[in-house]
Ligand binder design. Structure first.
Ligand code: ZN
Length: 319
């Protein structure tokens, strides 16, 4: 038998078997045009968990938007057999239109949680999400990519000590699982602290670019998660690998500025002392600088920028 109380999402009410679109007001442009965030709600007739899938918290991180767009178009959510899915393919509409991570005042929504209704624009968007969507959910997956040319190998990040998140990450079964503390005032940190809600952060590819592998892994993981929670009818194919588990990671940074070329990239294991890239003097005067891996590990992220400054993050090595 189904629970007949409606699920409330913003100003929408959803009874078992009901689906629809809810628009959350997210302010207005200086021209006066209203800006809204679209949330799709899919509620099955049968009871089950409520999962939130969210992308575009950083407006220039497109792969997650594409993952949720495909999931919606392929009717993965509208065909659930139990529970509820709430899908927000594009949270930071402002950043998306401006090819930017942030909202127009330069603030980062993912450093503004839980947010307040009278705060900065980023804080207001975070508050809208906290109030209207997070409170009713059992688990959330937040889709990201690397920022500013930083490429992330497909991975799930979960908070150490959050056993629910660890279980969900295994069900998602990404190529790499990274136990990492979430940044202060991020969605993952704030939702767990204030609501006890476990959030998985998916990372795949880099900002402003499609990455086919990152999109495919994100979509496959989402299907595996729905199946593991009893919400999908058909079992997705199991990948021919177990996730690589990373409990610590560190960045290799540019020891000097110049032109950068990697010779090893994300997705490959490295040995200590192995050459992984070069920094060149653009004038061809100074000798080239070889970059060696400081330790044995697995490259979970790398920089695709051709021009780097001293101290720039070049390789993210997990171990
Ligand atoms: Zn991001």
């Amino acid at each position: 038998m189904s629970d007949i109380t409606p699920l409330t999402v913003a100003d929408g009410e959803f009874y078992p078997g009901q689906s629809g679109l809810v628009e959350l007001v997210a302010g207005q442009l200086p021209s006066g045009n209203e800006v809204s965030i679209k949330a799709h709600v899919f509620r099955s007739f049968r009871d089950g968990p409520t999962l939130l899938f969210i992308a575009g918290v950083h407006g220039d991180e497109i792969n997650g938007v594409e993952i949720l767009r495909r999931a919606i178009r392929q009717k993965i959510f509208s065909n659930i057999i139990a529970g509820t899915v709430v899908a927000v393919p594009l949270l930071n509409v402002y950043g998306f239109n401006n090819f930017s991570r942030d909202v127009p005042d330069g603030k980062d929504v993912n450093r503004s949680f839980p947010g307040t209704a009278t705060g900065s624009l980023a804080s207001r968007i975070a508050a809208g999400l906290s109030k209207n969507l997070l409170a009713n959910c059992d688990l959330a997956v937040d889709f990201h990519t690397g920022g500013r040319g930083l490429f992330n190998y497909p991975q799930i990040r979960y908070s150490p000590g959050d056993l629910q998140a660890f279980e969900a990450a295994k069900q998602f079964n990404p190529p790499v699982m990274v136990a990492s503390k979430a940044p202060s005032k991020s969605l993952r940190r704030s939702a767990h602290k204030s609501l006890g809600l476990s959030v998985l952060t998916y990372e795949g590819g880099e900002n402003l670019r499609y990455d086919g592998h990152g999109i495919a892994e994100g979509l496959d993981g989402l299907r595996r998660l729905l199946y593991a929670r009893g919400m999908a009818k058909h079992q997705p194919e199991r990948p021919q690998r177990e996730p690589l588990t990373v409990s610590a990671s560190s960045w290799v940074r540019a020891s000097r500025a110049g032109l950068f070329q990697w010779s090893k990239r994300s997705g490959f294991a490295v040995r200590r002392g192995e050459p992984i890239g070069m920094i060149y003097d653009p004038h061809g005067i100074k000798p080239s600088k070889r970059i060696l891996s400081p330790r044995e590990g697995f490259i979970i992220g790398h920089n695709n920028a051709a021009v780097v400054s001293q101290g720039d993050a070049l390789f993210h090595i997990g171990y």
